[in-house]
Design a protein around this ligand. Structure first.
Ligand code: FAD
Length: 501
């Protein structure tokens, strides 16, 4: 099929992947006047933040809530409207309930007075230390809200320029160590460290810069889009098209063609080809280098390098629907097990599937009753597990056993007659993520976050050799979770718009 091309004189770009990272990138490029085509392998947008409709329920996959509402406001402002015009955003309150096997709980709130009261009840001797931690987290967020240039922490020059802010944030140490230096109560330490893991990073490998997420949540709240993130993705797609962008769904990119050290064309499974001025991949990095650019010397070299790199944890998700409504179970919970740091080491270092687990439980039908028929509820329970490289087990065999264990544990802690109330349940394993989204090693988040001294993010947004090849979304710095994916979309689109390709 002949190559499509932008009219002469027009700048053009292609974005691979219509997850939220890809949608945000495409939207920003198109709004900047760059003729953009968004190419997605699946038939629907949303990527890892999707949804499945079954028996009148919407089972939302991916994140339980979004902390960076301002990013959505910015995206809709590009289309000259507000996000609320397309999708209702509901606040999540409390931000999170943390629960331990002995029945203890700690609620984190957006409201300062509520959180102070909760700390005074839970760990009174840590009140001053927590306040200092929260102050530092806010300062870090303010310092790094907008980052300079496309490669913020991956070039020596950019890193040197940011030294004062990095020093203020104590960025050389890990989040785990920063938390431990401020609070003494082991359980409060778990509360302050776990958001990094939910965003895909080991709290003892992630820089203390990750504390900014605490401030973002506390300062801006957490939000749930009505209908789930899949509805948000559909709305973004419609706005992108309205701005003049082109969408190709259900047509995977098969090959990226280069001419010298530049991307020249993108070819899809159907044989369609498009010439591009700049290319942004939000697909998995390994997949991009190994499968899409594997025929080029740079692609083969990078694929070999990535084989030696660590990947973020895998995720095992159980979706279930229950008879009845549960106003006492908040939208978002962490059900800690008996171990925390040792459990994380089992997942990120040793690669075993332990007997105990940590469950991130979300109950979105509490905030958004449109997800379930009246009088019924829908839940999602995520369990971080070792990725497929560390734990190459037969998920077909293990999946049903782990699903049963997760449902039993939720029953033991929250819904004693859960098996009598269960209307439907199913699970998604790391292997499913690998097959469905080309996610290397079945990771929920892409490459592992590295300590600052090894190149904090380590996933440059622009390739050093192929000058018009960019990465954004979870495949890029600052990586992993949704806030990072939306942040890199902004940085990359800005770099391309400023003509840095
Ligand atoms: C179960 C689960 C729970 C999560 N929970 C949280 C959370 O609580 N908080 C949080 O912040 N983050 C969470 N995340 C991570 C979050 O979902 C991701 O950071 C975010 O959705 C990434 O968006 P993205 O667009 O960068 O990538 P993706 O959503 O992975 O999108 C990439 C897209 O590229 C497409 N693609 C791949 N290969 C090709 C190809 N060859 N051609 C065309 N298209 C291709 C894929 O189909 C996919 O749609 C979770 C992820 C999972 C899986």
């Amino acid at each position: 099929m002949t190559a499509a091309a932008a009219p002469p004189g027009t700048r053009s770009a292609a974005v691979i992947g219509a997850g939220l990272g890809g949608l945000a990138t495409a939207m920003r490029l198109q709004a900047a006047g760059i003729d953009t085509v968004l190419i997605e392998a699946c038939e629907t947008p949303g990527g890892r933040a999707g949804a499945e409709q079954r028996d009148g329920f919407t089972f939302a996959s991916g994140p339980a809530a979004l902390s960076d509402r301002a990013m959505l406001d910015e995206l809709w402002a590009l289309a000259g409207t507000t996000v609320g015009h397309d999708v209702a955003l509901h606040p999540v309150s409390p931000l999170c309930r943390h629960s331990w096997p002995d029945g203890a709980t700690f609620d984190l709130h957006a409201d300062d007075a509520d959180t102070t009261r909760e700390i005074a009840r839970f760990a009174p001797r840590d009140l001053a230390g927590y306040e200092e931690f929260a102050r530092l987290a806010s300062a870090t967020l303010a310092d790094f809200r907008t980052r300079p240039g496309p490669e913020p922490f991956t070039s020596l020059r950019a890193m040197t320029g940011a030294l004062p802010q990095l020093g203020r944030a104590q960025a050389w140490r890990s989040l785990g160590s920063l938390v431990a230096a401020h609070v003494k109560d082991e359980r409060l330490r778990e509360v302050l460290a776990v958001p990094a893991l939910i965003d895909g990073a080991d709290p003892w490998a992630a820089s203390a810069l990750a504390a900014a997420e605490h401030a973002r949540m506390r300062g801006g709240g957490l939000w749930w889009p009505e209908g789930g993130f899949a509805a948000l993705a559909r709305a973004l797609l419609a706005r992108f098209e309205q701005l003049g962008g082109t969408v190709r769904l259900g047509d995977a990119v098969l090959r990226i063609h280069t001419l010298g050290n530049r991307v020249s064309e993108v070819e899809t499974q159907s044989g369609w080809r498009v010439r591009v001025g700049a290319l942004v991949s939000t697909a998995d990095r390994d997949h991009t280098w190994r499968d899409l650019l594997g025929g080029t010397p740079r692609g083969a070299d990078m694929a070999a390098r990535l084989r030696r790199r660590g990947h973020a944890p895998g995720l095992f998700t159980v979706h279930f629907a229950l008879e009845g409504t549960w106003p006492g179970i908040p939208h978002r919970m962490v059900l800690f097990g008996p171990r925390f740091r040792a459990l994380i080491e089992d997942i990120t270092v040793h690669g075993v599937l332990p007997q105990d687990q940590m469950i991130w439980l979300s109950h979105p039908s509490l905030t958004d009753p449109t997800l379930a028929p009246p009088g019924k509820s829908v839940f999602q329970a995520q369990v971080p597990v070792a990725n497929l490289a560390k734990l190459p087990i037969d998920w077909e065999a293990i999946g049903p056993l782990l699903e049963r264990r997760v449902v039993d544990e939720v029953g033991r802690r929250l819904v004693p007659d859960i098996h009598d109330r269960l209307i439907a349940s199913f699970h998604v394993t790391p292997r499913d993520l690998a097959l469905q989204f080309n996610a290397a090693r079945g990771t929920g988040y892409g490459l592992a976050v590295q300590p600052l001294w090894r190149g904090w993010a380590g996933h440059p947004l622009r390739d050093k050799v192929i000058g018009n090849l960019y990465f954004s979304g979870a495949a890029a710095a600052p990586g992993g979770g949704l806030p990072g994916a939306l942040a890199s979309a902004k940085i990359v689109a800005q770099a391309i718009a400023e003509g840095n390709e």
